[in-house]
Design a protein around this ligand. Sequence first.
Ligand SMILES: C[S@@+](CC[C@H](N)C(=O)[O-])C[C@H]1O[C@@H](n2cnc3c(N)ncnc32)[C@H](O)[C@@H]1O
Length: 268
Amino acid sequence: MKLGEIYIESCIETLHRMPDEFIDMTITSPPYDDLRDYNGYHFPVEEIAASLFHKTKKGGVVIWVVGDRTVNGSESLSSFEHALEFRKAGFRVHDTMIYAKNNPIPSDCGKRYRQCFEYMFCFSKGQPRTFNPITAPTKSAGQKIKAFRITGVGRGNVPDEDIGREIKSERKVSNIFYYNVGTSSSKDKIAFEHPAIFPERLVEDQILTWTDEGDLVYDCFMGSGTTAKVAHLLNRNWLGSEISEEYVSLAKQRLLPYLAMLEFAAVS
Ligand SMILES: C[S@@+](CC[C@H](N)C(=O)[O-])C[C@H]1O[C@@H](n2cnc3c(N)ncnc32)[C@H](O)[C@@H]1O
């Protein structure tokens, strides 16, 4: 298979042509619940989950970004149905992360709070092979870890062996990630001709966490090419499928300056 290519076809066809155990990481967002009209295209989640399992290397991961539609006042739960399909296909549900939106699009939400997040499921084929966690400074760096009591009988969640140890200067961030959506999520104006683009930072954080340079990142629903752009800039190999010719042409136009920039940097 040619890397650095967006195949204009259903991801099922691309997946069928791939060798087994080929992909290090997939990051994608399916066209769930027909929330938007992508020219009427559909996707069979059971078949995609099974194919992704065969084509993912041992220790590889799939980041599946998905939410739910509200139908007759309640949630569709497609997101959880997808998670169960991936588990049936053989993946572990390694982590259910949240993609929270700093500036969600206002909508009439009836008798409910404003919807501001989607799920970022991390499905893994066995134990993830690569984990480069994002860290943040701790507030009490250098202080000693103390026991604290929540009841008269036991300590809180600090294991005995940690009590008295110095608090590190950095620690892993939590699994809720906040991003701006809309025009501040990418500098590429052309990308917004697609109705549902990923924030670039989301893709960057996930690729950095689960892969190393040179690994292969796949996006089965490439849309405007966000995964391709970010993977390329992070020196990962990439590959994508997108069923709409119109979006592939948009993605290629979007990618052009970045591919040219890197080629120029390589020769200069
Ligand atoms: C949620 S969008 C992905 C947007 C993308 N993450 C981005 O940043 O631009 C889903 C995309 O899947 C495409 N699509 C729908 N069914 C497909 C299929 N079976 N195979 C490949 N692409 C498909 C749609 O045309 C749409 O562009």
